[in-house]
Design a protein around this ligand. Sequence first.
Ligand code: ZN
Ligand code: FE
Length: 254
Amino acid sequence: MLTILQLPVLNDNYIYLVHDPITGETAAIDPALAAPVLAALEQRHWRLNVILNTHHHNDHVGGNLELKQKTGCTIIAGSDDRPRIPGIDRPVKEHDVISLGRHPIHVLATPGHTSGHMVYHFTDDGLLFCGDTLFVMGCGRLFEGSAQQLWQSLQKLKALPPATRIYCAHEYTQNNGRFALSVEPDNRALQERMAIINQLRAKHEPTVPSTIAQELATNPFFREDSPSLQATLGMPAGDPVAVFARLRQLKDVF
Ligand code: ZN
Ligand code: FE
């Protein structure tokens, strides 16, 4: 079993540390900052072996160079981001399989939020580190891609086993859920989930991780085929990509 540590940093970012107690190896996913990672490593007597970056935004790579300098870790990131991710040692592309200890990690390309965005699927452990591609009840903004591209990327994630746990890089859930309710107000699973989310946030507790199954039931960006959602948008039986694009536009100004 892998140990997963969730470090809340900046306004609403999460850095994850994944530790394999068998081999003692540790990975940091999207270290926005070095200091909280170094403190967590020291406290647990863990050694950092590798950084996995999902994309080039500073709130995902800001700690790269200091961590590399202080721990000698290797930095893995998508090959398209090679020029713009600091300290990259090992560029990866879609369907590459890397590992932490004996735990295989399948790399998937998910362009849309950025052109080089990658996600890391620990296949045997059922864990997905998805950066800013998929959020709890939401998805990333389209900074460097089309709606069609991000929709296609999300189809890959939708197809993962339903029990897969989703570790996204931001705590955006409450706002995402409010938007989800605005487009699908009669979704019972969504109503029930929001009640739980509101309780968690009132106590400042994380709402991440989620699961693919929970997202299939409540995330509007996974539900472009929902008749009720299409009715709200005035797009009955709408083309999935067109509905998705409209959802993304509406969310941008929500
Ligand atoms: Zn980002
Ligand atoms: Fe981000």
